[in-house]
Design a protein around this ligand. Structure first.
Ligand code: SF4
Ligand code: SF4
Length: 83
């Protein structure tokens, strides 16, 4: 994902990250929430098919694509990290 900002008629493109979280694989350990440096993730208020309150993405615009969340997830529920 990229963010385009126009400043004094100069187009500047900033590349940011983005993740894909499969809520149906999540077992609600919340390690990803602790690991994320930019508070992109939080707890969902609706249960998934496994009966857990999964993590959810609340601020993808703040994601820098560091992949810390995916590295700590024991259930490989964070399936993609784009940079
Ligand atoms: S680390 Fe994985 S299993 Fe744990 S809350 Fe995050 S997405 Fe769910
Ligand atoms: S990739 Fe990094 S910044 Fe983005 S949600 Fe995961 S831990 Fe947070």
């Amino acid at each position: 994902m990229s963010v385009v900002i126009y400043r004094k008629n100069i187009k500047q493109v900033y590349f940011m990250g983005r993740i894909v979280l499969n809520r149906e694989k999540c077992k609600a350990c919340y390690l990803c929430i602790e690991a994320c440096p930019n508070k992109v993730l939080d707890r969902d208020t609706e249960v998934n098919g496994l009966g857990y309150y999964p993590a959810k993405v609340v601020g993808n615009q703040n994601c820098v694509g560091c992949a810390m969340c995916a590295r700590v997830c024991p259930d490989i529920a964070i399936e993609k990290v784009y940079r």
